[in-house]
Design a protein around this ligand. Structure first.
Ligand code: FAD
Length: 451
């Protein structure tokens, strides 16, 4: 394969442009860093754009501004079109969010990146890292033209899957672990959704294909649903017996466009909860089953003449599959379930996680909303020159699931991006960064709410 060298020497190179990558890129650029974002998909935004109108939760805190970086996203969303988004639901999992139209959200992201002077390259999966003397010094992206080497002072893994850190040799954990939990008081174990008869211990959260329906009278349908939950569940159970593809649960969010409704879901009821988001065979199976779930929901709603959805049709499926958990890279601190239950503060608190524990189909639980998040969870133990942000940051399974909403992931990104910019400017390793300086920078230069 042909090899190329990118000519630039970037200050900060961010891999992945989900909520964590966007938060990181904007924070670093606002602090003066020259930032490049490499994104594997043909669309920025990661899970923001994966399910139409899915609430991007915790972009604010109790309605107030969470950071200038979060607010840049919200304001661009508001500015790009009246059809771009509306305030999201408030319930035990969701809150302080906005439900975006995926393509308008994409336009808002481009505006935000342009405003900050950030360079974005789509279709650029990072598949390897060059490590010299324990420090990441370049990444290799597999592009259409060949393999391209990119150099930067500091690298940031916001790929969700921890692809860059794993390629650089970092240790990681995957799936549910044996962490002690106080189940009697605060945690509810959700019964395993799989009824296929094969006994197996669930390991991963489901892999979901989001989609949207059109031709729906949303107010009438949502009203019917709120009053006829039991009827809907019976309808689904019958459909499952008939061999239709039914999801473990459905979450409906009306669109900004008349007649369109977004459908988040818990994936096909019989999807193995051992399905691994790093395994192409499992991903292929999840995509195929996800499309069946979408098509069969249309059949179920039409055949049962569900009020408001009698004439519905499949609109579109999400542009990427929704993977909820894969690698969690081992960092200088491993965030735990116990941390999510305490009001413990750290000397290096650089973000907070709000909301609830939502380990989809494995655990739903409460947490101390707004619990503290330490900088050390963004610093991998095994290499230098690299920071983590978002889903792949250092945590136990439940430590990650506690407040895994997108606004929280953006806050981790914001902190990692600020740290990367400071390290690049001072030419120091992330583990040598003064956490007090990082906290001060986040609060004073990026308006981050840390207390
Ligand atoms: C189906 C589903 C439903 C959810 N529901 C909600 C909800 O309703 N509200 C909410 O707030 N949160 C929800 N979440 C949780 C939330 O979306 C995630 O926790 C969050 O998106 C994680 O952010 P991230 O930036 O770390 O990862 P991601 O959003 O996964 O973004 C990672 C990005 O990196 C890119 N990437 C991956 N590998 C590479 C590579 N090798 N090179 C370059 N780029 C790469 C990906 O294409 C993607 O753009 C849901 C998650 C899923 C999967």
């Amino acid at each position: 394969m042909k090899r190329y060298d990118d000519k630039e020497n970037w200050d900060v190179l961010v891999c992945g442009s989900g909520p964590a990558g966007l938060g990181a890129a904007v924070a670093a650029a606002r602090l003066g860093a020259r930032v490049l974002v490499l994104e594997s998909a043909g669309q920025p935004g990661g899970t923001i754009c994966a399910v139409p109108f899915m609430p991007v939760n915790r972009l604010r805190t109790e309605g107030g501004i969470r950071s200038d970086v979060h607010e840049a996203f919200v304001q661009n969303l508001m500015a790009v079109s009246p059809f771009a988004a509306y305030p999201g639901p408030e319930d035990r999992i969701n809150g302080d969010g906005f439900c975006p139209h995926p393509e308008y959200a994409e336009l808002a992201i481009y505006r935000m990146l342009d405003e900050a002077g950030i360079t974005l390259r789509l279709f650029s999966p990072v598949m390897d890292a060059e490590v010299e003397n324990g420090r990441v010094c370049a990444v290799i992206a597999r592009e259409k033209r060949g393999l391209v080497r990119y150099r930067a002072k500091i690298f940031l893994d916001a790929t969700g899957d921890g692809d860059l850190a794993a390629a650089a040799g970092c240790r990681f954990s995957e799936g549910k672990d044996e962490e002690p939990t106080d189940t009697s008081v605060r945690l509810q174990i959700v019964p395993e959704a799989d009824t296929s008869g094969e006994s197996r211990e669930p390991i991963h959260m489901p892999i979901t294909l989001g989609f949207s329906l059109l031709g729906v009278d949303c107010p009438r349908f949502l009203e019917w649903l709120s009053q006829h939950g039991a009827d809907f569940r019976e309808m689904l159970a019958r459909a499952d017996e008939q061999g239709l593809y039914v999801a473990a649960w459905y979450g409906f969010n009306h669109g900004t466009v008349p007649g369109v409704i977004g459908v988040n879901n818990g994936a096909w009821l019989h999807q193995k909860l051992t399905s691994n988001g790093l395994d192409s065979a499992d991903l292929t199976a999840a995509r195929r089953a996800g499309l069946r779930v979408a098509a069969d929901l249309v059949t179920i709603l039409r055949e049962n003449r569900v009020p408001g959805a009698e004439n519905c049709a499949l609109d579109r499926a999400g542009s990427i599959l929704g993977v909820r958990d894969t690698r969690r890279i081992v960092g200088e601190y491993v965030l735990t379930f116990a941390d999510s239950q305490s009001s413990r503060e750290f000397p290096d608190t650089i973000a907070r996680k709000y909301g609830a524990i939502d380990a989809n189909q494995l655990f739903i639980g409460t947490m101390d909303s707004g619990f503290a998040y330490p900088y050390r969870s963004l610093v991998p133990q095994d290499v230098d020159g690299l920071l983590l942000a978002g889903r792949c940051a250092s945590a136990t399974f439940l430590g990650h699931s506690a407040g895994k909403s997108m606004g929280n992931m953006m806050a981790l990104g914001c902190a990692a991006g600020a740290a990367a910019a400071l390290c690049a400017a001072q030419d120091i390793k992330p583990r040598a960064l003064d956490a007090a300086l990082l906290r001060e920078t986040l609060q004073e230069k990026l308006g981050a709410k840390l207390s």
